[in-house]
Design a protein around this ligand. Structure first.
Ligand SMILES: [Zn+2]
Ligand SMILES: [Zn+2]
Length: 234
């Protein structure tokens, strides 16, 4: 299939996924059933129409940029016609199972440091303020990034697929895991406020990051925030 057709498919798929999942959860929690779900809101700041518009427009631009990078990855960087479990050797099967968990761990490490760097005063206003325009984020903010930040969100995969045998289906699977984690991070809801989570970077952690700016830099886990004493849950 020609590149522009794959690009269009990836872009449309991302838009559909964003509207269906991020838009659907936003409509459920913040519009349709908001009187019921209000008791789970982490922050009480009013979500304005301008915020929603900003989150949607920035997310659409990010999805356009991401589609370009995904097509570069799939067309030119990932090994073509490659199947990890071709010979059903045990090490191939183990690597196949561990590829996505491995990518999660690598991304978690990379994101923590990339994110902390973006909070440096030199970079913050230039590249990260766009994401922090939402001090009380919604699921629609999942991809609300400055274009440079969008590129930083995906660039780490390039050296990885050049060094390691990563199958394209697993790459697509990972992109979905990453999307769902982003949506979860921006729900700004806590269904179990009395439960103290010690390992997973929760919606509460990320919502408080948007509110306080100087803590909770993690992506999937709390490991780096705990180790470097940047976790804050109040
Ligand atoms: Zn931040
Ligand atoms: Zn965020």
């Amino acid at each position: 299939m020609e590149s522009y057709k794959i690009f269009s498919l990836i872009f449309l798929f991302q838009i559909f996924r964003y509207l269906f999942i991020s838009g659907g959860l936003f409509a459920l929690f913040y519009m349709w059933k908001s009187p019921y779900f209000k008791k789970y809101y982490i922050q009480t700041t009013i979500i304005t129409k301008l915020q929603i518009k900003t989150e949607v427009i920035n997310s659409l631009i990010s999805m356009l940029i991401l589609s370009i990078f995904y097509i570069l990855l799939l067309k030119y960087f990932i090994k073509q016609n490659f199947s990890l479990i071709q010979n059903f050797a045990i090490y191939q099967i183990i690597w196949f199972i561990l590829t996505i968990p491995f990518m999660i761990v690598v991304n978690d490490f990379y994101f923590y440091w990339m994110h902390r760097t973006l909070h440096h005063k030199y970079f913050y206003r230039r590249f990260h303020l766009t994401h922090h325009l939402s001090t009380n984020p919604t699921p629609l903010a999942s991809f609300s990034f400055h274009p440079v930040e969008t590129i930083l969100e995906v660039i780490w995969i390039f050296p990885l697929v050049m060094i390691l045998p990563i199958e394209k289906h697993l790459l697509i699977g990972y992109a979905t895991v990453s999307f769902l984690n982003n949506v979860k991070g921006h729900l700004s809801l806590d269904f179990f406020p009395n439960y103290t989570n010690r390992w997973i970077n929760s919606s509460r952690h990320h919502s408080l990051h948007h509110k306080n700016f100087n803590s909770n830099f993690g992506l999937y886990f709390l490991f780096w925030d705990k180790l470097l004493k940047t976790e804050k849950i109040n």
